[in-house]
Write a protein that binds this ligand. Structure first.
Ligand code: DGL
Length: 256
């Protein structure tokens, strides 16, 4: 059993990539909807939540944990690894490395939550992997909360996304890193703006490959999915079609 978690719906973008490469694996997806957004909380709070969720998923029988949240990875992946030395833990990080390696203009933009923006882990990633490429970090308060409300057509949200993308393009970025798993669901707004000028870098495929490498016998199951949430668990199933992930519903274990 593989446990995948996020503050809310964002990690479903990672779960979709995991389900593609591990069709027989059994998954529990946990959304911490009682505490979303993490991006506006302090590190200690996020660490407490990550440890509590990790304990619950391990008690449920998970032998591999995927932190499908950049903010939780930056704040708490080490604490989670320390708490469960026998469990493989995969985190998700903004794709600075591939973006920098492939940038022609040598300028990349990174869209992240406020918490990730101020994290030492992001600063280290940039220092270790930017290789002289200029990095502009955009903290995007509210985006995760708005994705969470599934109001993806909200004109205010669309205007803000357009404004930030246009700013990055005008500055010269040719790679735009989505440093929050919720932002994958805003890609349909971004793609027409960046067409021919820049590409989006998402972390989900890299996480899926790394999880596949570590999965071992966790890859073998009956392809089931259990959805759990700290508040409004029924919203998770209902969100799948709105997020273009209806195909995941076929994996859901029958209730009871
Ligand atoms: N989805 C999370 C991430 O990847 C954070 C969203 C939030 O709760 O602020 O950073």
């Amino acid at each position: 059993m593989i446990g995948v978690f996020d503050s809310g719906l964002g990690g479903l973008s990672v779960l979709a990539a995991l389900a593609d490469v591990l069709p027989r694996a059994d998954f529990i997806y946990y959304a911490d909807t009682a505490h979303v957004p993490y991006g506006e909380k302090d590190d200690l709070f996020i660490q407490r939540r990550v440890l509590a969720i990790g304990n619950e998923l391990v008690a449920d029988g998970c032998t591999l944990l995927v932190v499908a949240c950049n903010t939780a990875t930056a704040a708490a992946v080490q604490a989670l690894r320390d708490a469960h030395p026998g469990v493989a833990v995969v985190g998700v990080e903004p794709g600075i490395k591939p973006a920098a390696a492939n940038s022609i203009t040598r300028k990349i933009g990174v869209l992240v939550t406020p918490s990730t923006a101020r994290s030492g882990r992001l600063q280290r990633l940039i220092a270790d992997h930017a290789q002289g490429v200029e990095v502009r970090v955009e903290s995007c308060p509210d985006w995760a909360t708005r994705v969470e409300s599934l109001n993806l057509d909200d004109p205010e949200l669309i205007a803000d996304v357009r404004h930030r993308i246009t700013t990055l393009l005008t500055w010269g970025a040719d790679r735009i890193v989505l440093g929050c798993t919720h932002y994958s669901f805003l890609a349909p707004v971004m793609l027409p703006l960046i067409a021919g000028k820049a590409s989006l870098i998402e972390g989900a495929d890299a996480v899926a490959r790394q999880t596949q490498r570590l999965a071992g016998c966790s890859a073998q199951g009956s392809g089931r999915l259990i959805l759990k949430a700290s508040a409004y668990p029924e919203r998770l199933r209902a969100a799948l079609p709105a997020l273009g992930l209806e195909h995941l519903a076929a994996r859901l274990a029958p209730p009871g």
